[in-house]
Design a protein around this ligand. Structure first.
Ligand code: RB5
Length: 144
């Protein structure tokens, strides 16, 4: 089970990020908060990069990124070698992106989703495991 999570947001996602970290910490996860921590306008690629570095260095097992739509964060994160970021708006996609894509970062949109839905999606992502097999071949193709 993934225990250490790197989590960041831009200003659009900061309120959800704060509440999500509280929720996940209560559930026993170790959360590395990589900002931002105010509603002052910031640039989402900076925060995506910070989470990606924690994953690729092995300091965190999985990452979570929240911006207004989740789109900017996912575009930024997927530019990093070794990162597979899944933008999810429902729990089934979140389970499947772990099971099939071996996604190591979950991206969500705070301006799109209710906080309750963010919790459902996060639970589905963290509760699923990569299935390997034929999916491993496809994930390998993404890297090479
Ligand atoms: C910030 O206004 C917004 O552009 C950002 O949070 C995100 O939605 C980008 O994809």
């Amino acid at each position: 089970m993934a225990k250490t999570l790197a989590i960041a947001s831009d200003h659009a996602g900061v309120a959800y990020k704060k509440d999500l970290i509280a929720y996940l910490t209560d559930k026993g996860y170790t959360c590395i908060n990589l900002g931002t921590d105010t509603e002052d306008s910031v640039d989402y690629p900076v925060y995506a990069d910070a989470v990606c570095k924690k994953i690729t260095s092995g300091e965190a097992d999985l990452g979570i990124l929240i911006c207004g739509t989740g789109i900017g964060m996912s575009i930024a994160a997927n530019k990093h070698k070794g990162i597979r970021a899944g933008l999810c708006g429902d729990p089934d996609s979140a389970s499947l992106t772990r099971q099939h894509n071996n996604a190591n970062i979950l991206c969500m949109g705070a301006r799109i989703l209710s906080f309750e839905k963010v919790i459902e999606i996060t639970e589905a992502f963290l509760g699923a495991e990569f299935l390997g097999g034929r999916h491993q071949r496809r994930v390998d193709m993404l890297e090479n």
